[in-house]
Ligand binder design. Structure first.
Ligand code: 6R9
Length: 660
């Protein structure tokens, strides 16, 4: 890992503008004064146990109380609220109905072709119970892992909550992943059940999910998968396998709409979600019930300043952690109205997002910098055609936001009256860790500002020493928090190595290393500088260079490959692959296209390389390590700086310069 992104990123960090929340917003916000915020932070640092205990008690309903707030005996395998018993769906549904909110809209859903649906809390609970009973009927038991591979339709939410209702952890796999990627995740998680759909609509096309499930099973997942439940969405013809495949609508139609929530221990698994790391195959990040429920709930409440009549929309896909925490669990646990959209803005309708904001009077809008940059590129004329007056708060997540995009978001979408919450967090953290509280914190374009109460962050060098003001370093988290990941499914060694053993801070071991670089400015604001490991962020989607390299070398013509990220104005980063071929294979443009297609088949469309450079050999050190630093400079069209004396054969460099 290197911090060589530092220089390029430091250049854009000359940002000095600062925007306090408007008086009107501050006056009406839930946390509205510095004193309140400071008092929360003080309580958290003076007595963290009491701090978490009081929120866990006041914000969540427990079937049985916990005695231990934090068990750190086997750190960093921390346990939170361990004796407590609860069910997250009770906190997301039943309790709101009990306090008279059964008639409030829980979910607004908008399909890509223009169809739409609404569900009240009462209706949502019934849908979830029917689905939960259906899962029980096909044999799903507490503890069984259920894979959800679905488009953004209400049944995706029903399926997640139905699993949680009966204590079956879910593993949602993003619908853009290929059958190969799905197969790996099914096998790694030992998923006996899959819930999918006959397809989904995206960008005026149909994505063929069921076919991908069939292929994953044929190619190896048959050793784990027993049943496949299929939601009818597109009504396209698909093949159903006898005794294995079942239609969702047939299964749920005769089920009772009541299902008692399973009594779960706080530390029982709620879900696994796969994410990319710097080495090897994706990691199944494990989250458990109590701590995750509290953290997704509390962060949602603090950051989005929720009011009873808010219409909240997060544009992520439920296949990512943002969809888990901020479309499903966080909003529902707070009794909010959450909007879900099946599509993405498409060429035939660039105004799709703004049409939805106007139609439903969305008041809180949460999206990714890559989307904002795309809107910016297509011009303000498009959003200007719509009435966006209902918006009062804007959020961003997924990657660093450049100040121009931040300003555009604020002016063109927020009409200069909406605070922007730039929220930094990860699949592993369960919920947001660094973000302004919108009624209190003055924002700077491009900075995620400060850690939330209870979160202690430091920027350190490789030896764990605190770096100076404005100097780049590794972002670490010094204390455990309830929403943290518990382990990597089936690989606790990797959990320790990737997150806890990389940096030792003042000799302390249990310090969490996030994989990101950051700096803290003279006012204490945190500026995230991006990944410092071999993870590329394409449109905010995490992809490990090793994953893409493995996909490339699995092609019969490829001998060796090295993949790097290249800065891109729209997507943040794009993938550039350097490839050397097997003996007697000639590089051609057809082969390049074939290799791109191969990566898409192996991983999914999000991993498609922007450019593939075929070369006789790759630059290596004398000990045989590929020098990625050099490849990154070549891909970015930058001058190669730094030491190249360890290069085994410097003529490789000259040849590559011609090709790049
Ligand atoms: C929630 C999510 C995590 C990585 C993370 C970082 C980047 C997320 C960011 C941000 C700068 C922000 N990231 N939010 N970088 N500013 N506000 O995206 O989870 O998919 O696991 O990605 O995304 O690099 O380490 P995940």
């Amino acid at each position: 890992m290197t911090l060589d992104k530092k220089n390029s990123i430091n250049n854009i960090l000359e940002e000095k503008r600062i925007f306090p929340p408007s008086k009107k917003f501050a006056e009406n916000s839930n946390i509205s004064t510095q004193e309140e915020l400071l008092s929360l932070k003080k309580q958290a640092s003076d007595n963290p146990i009491q701090f978490w205990e009081s929120f866990a008690k006041s914000e969540l309903d427990w079937f049985e109380p916990f005695q231990t707030v934090l068990d750190n005996e086997n750190a960093p395998f921390f346990k939170w609220f361990k004796e407590g018993k609860l069910n997250i769906t009770y906190n997301c549904l039943d309790r709101h109905i009990k306090r008279g909110l059964g008639g409030k809209t829980a979910l607004i859903w908008e399909g890509e072709p223009g169809d739409s649906k609404k569900y009240t809390y009462e209706e949502l609970l019934k849908e979830v119970c029917r689905a939960a009973n259906a899962l029980k009927a096909i044999g799903v038991k507490k503890g069984d892992l259920v894979c959800i591979y679905m488009p953004m339709i209400p049944e995706a939410m029903f399926a997640m909550l139905a699993c949680a209702r009966i204590g079956a952890p879910h593993s949602v796999v993003f619908g853009g992943f290929s059958s190969e990627a799905l197969k790996d995740r099914l096998i790694d998680g030992n998923a006996r059940y899959v819930i999918t759909a006959d397809g989904g609509f995206r960008k005026d096309k149909v994505i063929e999910l069921k076919q991908a499930v069939d292929a994953a099973i044929e190619n190896g997942a048959d050793k784990v998968v027993e049943k496949v439940v299929v939601v009818q969405r597109t009504k396209k013809n698909i093949s159903m396998v006898d005794d294995r495949d079942l239609w969702w609508h047939e299964l749920v139609k005769d089920q009772k709409d009541q299902c008692e929530p399973e009594i779960m221990s706080s530390e029982d698994r709620l879900f696994i979600l796969y994410t990319s790391g710097s080495t090897g195959k994706p990691k199944g990040v494990v989250h458990t019930t109590g701590g995750y429920n509290l953290w997704s709930h509390l962060t949602f409440k603090w950051i989005f300043d929720l009011k009873d009549d808010d219409i909240y929309w997060c544009t992520a896909d439920v296949g990512w952690i943002t969809g888990h925490s901020y479309i499903v669990y966080g909003p529902l646990s707070n009794g909010a109205t959450t909007l879900m959209y099946e599509g993405v803005p498409r060429r035939s309708n660039l105004g799709a997002f703004w049409e939805i904001v106007q139609k439903y009077k969305v008041s809180i809008f949460y999206t990714a910098p890559t989307a904002i940059r795309a809107f910016m590129k297509s011009g303000r004329e498009i959003p200007d055609k719509y009435n966006l007056e209902s918006l009062r708060l804007l959020g961003t997540v997924g990657e660093p936001i450049n100040p121009e995009a931040w300003m555009w978001y604020k002016d063109v979408i927020g009409k200069d009256k909406c605070p922007i919450v730039d929220t930094w967090w990860q699949t592993e953290t369960g919920g947001v860790m660094i973000s302004p509280l919108p009624g209190v914190v003055a924002t700077k374009p491009g900075s995620a500002t400060f850690p939330l109460p209870g979160i202690e962050v430091e920027i350190v060098d490789k030896d764990g020493d605190k770096v100076k003001e404005n100097e780049g370093g590794y972002l670490i988290i010094k204390k455990p928090w309830p929403g943290m990941m518990r382990t990597i499914h089936g690989n606790s060694k990797r959990y320790l190595e990737s997150y806890w053993e990389y940096i030792s801070f003042k000799g302390e071991k249990n310090v969490y290393f996030a994989g990101d670089g950051a700096r803290i400015d003279e006012d204490g604001y945190i500026w995230i500088m991006g990944r410092v490991d071999d993870v590329i962020s394409v449109s905010g989607h995490r992809l490990g260079t090793m994953e893409i390299e493995s996909a490339l070398v699995s092609h019969k013509s490829v001998a060796e490959s090295a993949v790097v990220g290249k800065k891109d104005d729209l997507k943040g980063e794009v993938i550039v692959a350097f490839v050397s071929l097997e003996k007697d294979v000639n590089g051609s443009s057809e082969l390049v296209e074939d290799l791109k297609k191969h990566v898409v088949n192996e991983i999914g469309i999000i991993a498609k390389p922007e450019k593939i450079i075929i070369s006789d050999s790759l630059p290596k050190t004398r000990s045989g390590k590929i020098m990625r630093r050099i490849l990154r400079s070549l891909a970015g069209g930058e001058k190669i700086s730094g030491d190249i004396s360890t290069l085994e054969d410097s003529s490789v460099l000259e040849k590559l310069k011609e090709l790049s």
